[in-house]
Structure formats: structure tokens, C-alpha cells
Design a protein around this ligand. Structure first.
Ligand code: BGC
Length: 752
């Protein structure tokens, strides 16, 4: 175990003494520089700025340096990176961040200072506040939570000199073992798109750019840089791409990050269909496409197929596909037209103007870490999912002695690994090369239960842990599952954790399991324990949130954003292609399950997962009633009522699923889809009437021939459920046949 950096718990981050002063424009109305006039539209400003730029200046905007390149740029030959650009990188890049693109000070165009990622600012030299994992935040089923979290981490990005965040992961959890599922927002396109869109919107409320990623179908980490994914246009438009489409509509991100993998034989960052036809064509996207770090394989193909910025140029040995000299040669040979370079520069500038990054230059400033940690704690308190609570064992009541066992719960809570890992105030705790955030649930439980004897056992010695449990009123076993960018996990808990839970449960029937995991895990001991709380990776105040839920200070209100399968045999692809091979070994997978991801797959196959999407219990009880629906052209509106029939205040998550009476006849991928969701806070006895509208695309199938959405005439059941075991409601509507083009310009605005 080692402390990485050590600082006082609540210091305010002030400009690091070594931090460069950022080259920023002096924004004022200037008739000679119309692009600096805020009264003009972002389009007008971007066009005017590009018209004033030399070719060299345009090329500067499309070539970005990774942190390693920032450190080593002086070693890169001058013919790859000209001396003027090297000097700008050395003088102005924010050290320790993800990336840097020098601006054009002559024209008042700022540097692009890029930082990861969705749970907070990732900079190895600067402390920041870690939200719960994105998957945890998705479990809130409340877009206001990621919006508030995004506003907070975006403020920290701005205060640490970053005007671009690489935040907004929205790849669907098609592969439950994907090592990055914790960075994403679940298995359903509506939930994922809504939550990622809200995060991006919150971040960009700070007048900085955010990024939706990784576009697209980057659904496993194994061989992520060489995997060729085969999938039909119909399936992607109804699943992974629909999540991106909704996130882009709701969040309006300035940039889209294309992914490392190949899709139908073409690299993500040189994929004409995904980038030109769908993103910039059908969806009318005005921002820019940046590559995932180094995910570029050509100059002319990438440029012509839609890549706007080669980001993450690394080292001397990297092939510098968008380096100024290389692109100039492509221009001279006619392989890339100048109009394409202009379009790239315009898109990048549009994003910076539209989000306000040029009019509101970022400046180093103090951060109120305590206030920000409170936002992270509130997010965690709304995201934890109570999976099981037999006999209402939770919340803890009248416990005289409590055994807290395992999971390093005396030191902190687990965090995911890779580029989303943030350095918390006070430093991260490294245990077996896994990051833990310094918010120990054991200490928080002691604080919340001042009259109980609370004792910790590490759990390495199973017999000793069982003996402690036997001598205590109640036992809580913490189990952890590490996930990280770069590789996929297994759903089986590591080490002796399954045996530990069983042994403790045998010793004490009042055993509660708290799971800290990136995503789904198997629970071979589920029948042996009365209560299970899924805490995901709960962020910088995760320990406090766990203790407050367990002790009933807060009612659990999270719902699963992913299903928990019962076994590998239930997965669409029990074997991961390329697993165990050296990185970059060519590998391939055909997603023949199409859009039937997660609960849709289990429904289709008639499998019973351990826990299904949308499940989650509360300490209070709810009743659903009065479900009614009205249809108009292409749209369905629903109204219903929720009553708190229990004794405590709690939040319910109403989920409206659409289930065609004959789902095969209308061409659906599975028996039902989530059509809408609404979260509501209710006091005991309180009754609320709620409404929701179902997006027409969730009623339709996508038809590649004709590039259109199609609702097929038929009877569709609407099911109202809340995941708590309450009696669901049902109503049937008849929908008439309807088709409309998928291109946004040609269709009526999507339903909210
Ligand atoms: C990751 C991206 C990240 C980038 C910069 C890549 O390896 O896939 O998600 O934004 O690195 O750190």
C-alpha cells in the first residue's frame, strides 16, 4: 500500500507554481477580427476565423499531443513537429493531463487543454473530486444527478486550466465483462443516452467542451485496438448508435471521440458510414471528431472518412498521420482537398465558440473540495442499489455489535482503473495495484452507529472472520471486484471472497453483503444471505454514502442500469474473442444478437438473470395506479400515479416498458424495450400523478434500405413497473403504421 500524493484533506487547489500562464485571447469586439464578436453565431465566427488562417495554422488545430508527447516533444524530429509547435507545447501544455492542441495566439484562438474523464479531472499532478462511477450514476435513473456531477467536475476542469473534457462514455454494456462498463451508463439506449447527455450538459455549463465516446461499438477491451466488429446497420441504429444519438441530442457535446476498434471492416476513426453518413449526415452533427488516443491508421482515408483531429500523438516512433508535413503532402497530391481541412478547423472552432470556451478563457482558480465532495456523496447516496432485503434486515436497527469484514473497508472504497482514474485530495490508496479512494466505510459506520461496538476483520483469515461474525449481532461483508480500461474482467469475485461470504453467512444469519464492483458479478452465495447492497465504485465519499444507506439515514433509490446474469452460459458470447492473445492480435466478433442487449437478450432467450435491469428495493413501499395512454402520430404519452404506502420518505423510479403484443411481427429484437422513466420523491402517504412521453424511435425499427424509422401497425402493451416488486400496471394501445426519415433535418423534433 502506498499513498500517491499527500495533501491536507480540504486544501484549495491554487495555481501550481510551475503551471504555465495559459495563452488566452483577449476577447473584445474587434472589426478586424469578427470571429471574436460574441454577437455572431458560432458558425459565423468559425467560418470567419478559418478564412483568416494560414494553412499551417489550420493544420495546428488538427494534431494533438498526448501527455507522453508533451513530455518528450523535444525529441521528436523537426520535420514531424516544427520547432514553433514544439515550443508552444513545452511552454503551454498543462502537464499530467490527457492531451494538448496548441492554439493560434495571433488570432485569439486558445490552446485546447484536454483532460479525462467522466468521474472527475484526471491529472497526475492535480488533486480532484471523484464522482461515483458513471454506471453508479446511471443507477440513479435521475438525469439531474449526472447534470450536477458534470457541472462540478467541469468546474474543476476549468479551475485547473482545462477547456476540454473527454467525458461522456456511452457505449452500451453489450458485454457484461467489459472492463470499462463502469465508465459507461448501462445496457439500455434510452437510459444511457439520457444520463450521458445530462453529464455532458452539466460539464459544458462551465463554458468548456465535452466529448461523447467511444464511437462506436467499442464494447469490449480485449483486443480493443484490433477487434473487427460485424453488426448490421439496423442493429446498431437501434442499440449502440441510438444511445449516442440521444446523448448528442440531450448533451450537444462539442466533440465525439471515435474508437480504436474496426466496425464492419473499417477503423472507427476512418469509418465513412459512422462518421460521415450517420453522425455528420443523418444527425447533422456540427462539432468535431477526435480520435481516441492514437487510434489513427492513415492520412487521406481518415481525413476523407470524417476524422477531424488526430489526438494523442504519442512518441517519436508513432506514425504521425496528421502531422503538418504529412497532411501538407496529402494536400499537394490532391489526396485530401483543402475544403476538408477547412471543414476540420471549422468544426473544432465551432465547438470552442459554441460552448463558450473562447469567450470565457479558463483560468487556474481555487476549488472548494468540501462542497464538491458533498455533490459526489449525494450522487452516491442516490445510486446505491438495494438488491435483496429479506425480512427487512436493513436498515440496521438496534445493533449492539457489528462485524465489518473484508473489502479493505477500513481503508477506503474501490475505484476503477485506467484513464478515468482521478487523484483524490489526500492521495489515492493503492492496494494490490488497485486504486481505493480514502473514504473507509468502517469509519463511517462507526460514526453513524455511535452506540454499537463495530469491529473490523480483513477477511484474509476466513475462520477468524467467521468467528467475529458469530460473536456479533450482525455482520457486513464487503466484496470488491476490480475493473479497468485495457482488459475485460470475469464476473466471478476474485480470491476467497465467495468462500468468505458463505462462511460468514453460516456463522451469522444476519449477514449483509456490500458489493463494490465495476458492473455485474456472480453471487453463488445469494440464497445464503438475507441482504445485498450494490455500491458500484461509489466515489470520494462512497464510505459515507454506504453507511448512511445501511443505517437508514437515506433511503436506497438506485435501480440496476445493467442486468446481472446468473452464469457465463447466459451471455450472448460466452467466449471473448482474442482473450489471452498478445495485444493487437487481429480478432473478430459478429454481434448476431443485434440490438438484443442486456435484459432484451435475457427476455428473448427466456433466461432468468440473477437480477434484471431496473431492479432495486426501497425501505418504503410504493403503489402504482391509474396508468393511461394517449397516442398521436408516432408518439405515445403516458400518465400514471405513484403513492408511497410505506412509513418512510423514499424515491420511486417508474419505468415504462413497451411490449408489442406480437413483437416478432413488428420486427423487434426482443419482447420489450424501456420507453420512458421518471424518478419521484414521496413522503409517507404522498400521491403524485406523473407523465412521460415515449420517443418514437423506441416504438420503431430502423430500416437501412430507405434510411428510415418505421412503426409497424399493431397492438403494443405499455407496462408500468418500478423494480421494487410492486404490482405492475398494464395498458394496451394500438399504433398505426408510420415511417419517417432518420435524417434529423427531415424529421419532426424528437420527443423529449
Ligand atoms: C482512452 C480514452 C481516453 C484517452 C486519453 C484512451 O486510451 O480510451 O477514453 O480519453 O486514452 O487519456
Amino acid at each position: 500500500m502506498a499513498r500517491m500524493i499527500s495533501r491536507a484533506a480540504t486544501v484549495a487547489f491554487l495555481a501550481l507554481s510551475s503551471a504555465p500562464s495559459l495563452a488566452q485571447p483577449d476577447v473584445k469586439q474587434d472589426s478586424a477580427r469578427p470571429w471574436l464578436n460574441p454577437a455572431l453565431s458560432a458558425e459565423q465566427r468559425a467560418t470567419a476565423a478559418v478564412a483568416a488562417m494560414t494553412v499551417d495554422e489550420k493544420l495546428r488545430l488538427i494534431f494533438g499531443f498526448s501527455d507522453q508527447a508533451v513530455t518528450e516533444v523535444s525529441k521528436v524530429p523537426d520535420e514531424i513537429v516544427p520547432p514553433g509547435i514544439k515550443a508552444a507545447v513545452i511552454a503551454r501544455a498543462v502537464k499530467g493531463s490527457a492531451g494538448f492542441v496548441p492554439g493560434v495566439p495571433r488570432l485569439g484562438i486558445p490552446d485546447q487543454t484536454q483532460t479525462d474523464a467522466s468521474i472527475g479531472v484526471r491529472n497526475s499532478l492535480i488533486p480532484s473530486t471523484a464522482l461515483p462511477s458513471s454506471l453508479a450514476t446511471a443507477a440513479t435513473f435521475d438525469p439531474e444527478v449526472p447534470r450536477a456531477g458534470g457541472a462540478m467536475i467541469g468546474a474543476e476542469a476549468r479551475a485547473t486550466g482545462h477547456n476540454t473534457m473527454l467525458s461522456g462514455g456511452v457505449n452500451l454494456a453489450r458485454e457484461p465483462r467489459n472492463g470499462r462498463n463502469f465508465e459507461y451508463v448501462g445496457e439500455d439506449p434510452l437510459l444511457a443516452g439520457t444520463m450521458a447527455g445530462a453529464l455532458i450538459d452539466g460539464i459544458q455549463s462551465n463554458h468548456i467542451v465535452s466529448t461523447v465516446k467511444h464511437y462506436a461499438i467499442n464494447d469490449q477491451e480485449t483486443q480493443r485496438t484490433s477487434l473487427d466488429v460485424t453488426i448490421s446497420a439496423e442493429a446498431m441504429r437501434q442499440s449502440d448508435l441510438l444511445a449516442f444519438e440521444i446523448a448528442i441530442e440531450k448533451g450537444r457535446p462539442g466533440s465525439v471521440m471515435c474508437s480504436y476498434n474496426l466496425i464492419n471492416g473499417r477503423w472507427g476513426c476512418e469509418n465513412d458510414y459512422l462518421l460521415n453518413t450517420v453522425l455528420k449526415g443523418d444527425w447533422g452533427y456540427k462539432g468535431f471528431v477526435m480520435s481516441d488516443w492514437g487510434a489513427v491508421h492513415s492520412t487521406a482515408d481518415a481525413a476523407n472518412d470524417g476524422l477531424d483531429q488526430f489526438t494523442g500523438f504519442c512518441c517519436i516512433s508513432d506514425r504521425p498521420w496528421f502531422a503538418p508535413r504529412v497532411v501538407k503532402a496529402a494536400l499537394q497530391s490532391g489526396a485530401v482537398p483543402l475544403s476538408r481541412i477547412d471543414d476540420m478547423a471549422e468544426r473544432i472552432l465551432w465547438a470552442l465558440f459554441d460552448k463558450g470556451a473562447i469567450d470565457n478563457p479558463v483560468r487556474n482558480s481555487p476549488i472548494d473540495y468540501d462542497a464538491h465532495a458533498q455533490i459526489a456523496q449525494s450522487a452516491a447516496e442516490q445510486s446505491l442499489v438495494l438488491l435483496k432485503n429479506d425480512g427487512d434486515l436493513l436498515p440496521l436497527k438496534g445493533v449492539k455489535s457489528l462485524a465489518v469484514i473484508g473489502g479493505h473497508a477500513d481503508q477506503g472504497v474501490m475505484a476503477g482503473g485506467g484513464s478515468s482514474d482521478v487523484t483524490p485530495v489526500g492521495g489515492a490508496i493503492m492496494i494490490d495495484q488497485h486504486t481505493f479512494l480514502p473514504s473507509p466505510p468502517f469509519e463511517a459506520l462507526k460514526r453513524e452507529l455511535p452506540h454499537s461496538r463495530v469491529v473490523f476483520a480483513a477477511g484474509n483469515d476466513v475462520a477468524a472472520a467467521a468467528a467475529l461474525a458469530a460473536a456479533s449481532d450482525t455482520a457486513i461483508v464487503f466484496v470488491t471486484q476490480h475493473d479497468s480500461e485495457g482488459y475485460d474482467g470475469t464476473l466471478t469475485l476474485a480470491g476467497n471472497q465467495d468462500a468468505l461470504v458463505s462462511a460468514v453467512a453460516r456463522a451469522n444469519p444476519k449477514t449483509i453483503v456490500v458489493v463494490e464492483s465495476g458492473g455485474a458479478v456472480f453471487m453463488p452465495w445469494l440464497a445464503e444471505v438475507p441482504a445485498v447492497l450494490e455500491a458500484f465504485y461509489p466515489g470520494i465519499r462512497g464510505g459515507n454514502a454506504i453507511a448512511r444507506i445501511l443505517t437508514g439515514k437515506v433511503d436506497p433509490s438506485g435501480r440496476l442500469p445493467i442486468s446481472f446474469p446468473a452464469s457465463d452460459g447466459q451471455l450472448a458470447h460466452p467466449a471473448l474473442p482474442g482473450l489471452g492473445q498478445p495485444n493487437d492480435t487481429p480478432a473478430a466478433i459478429t454481434y448476431d444478437e443485434g440490438a438484443a442487449i442486456g435484459y432484451k437478450w435475457y427476455d428473448l432467450k427466456g433466461y432468468r438473470p440473477l437480477f434484471s435491469f431496473g431492479h432495486g428495493l426501497s425501505y418504503t413501499r410504493f403503489a402504482l395506479s391509474d396508468l393511461a395512454a394517449r397516442t398521436s402520430e408516432r408518439s405515445v404519452g403516458v400518465g400514471f400515479a405513484v403513492r408511497n404506502v410505506g412509513k418512510r420518505t423514499g424515491k420511486d423510479v417508474a419505468q415504462i416498458y413497451v411490449a408489442p403484443v406480437d413483437w416478432k411481427a413488428v420486427g423487434w429484437e426482443a419482447p420489450k424495450r424501456l420507453g420512458a422513466f421518471v424518478k419521484a420523491n414521496l413522503r409517507p402517504g404522498q400521491f403524485k400523478r406523473l407523465e412521460a412521453t415515449i420517443d418514437p424511435r423506441l416504438l420503431a425499427t430502423y430500416e437501412a434500405a430507405g434510411d428510415r424509422w418505421h412503426i409497424r401497425s399493431g397492438d403494443y402493451r405499455l407496462l408500468l413497473d418500478d423494480g421494487t416488486g410492486t404490482t405492475p400496471q398494464q395498458v394496451t394501445v394500438h399504433l398505426e403504421d408510420a415511417v419517417w426519415p432518420s435524417a434529423h433535418a427531415a424529421q419532426a423534433p424528437a420527443a423529449p
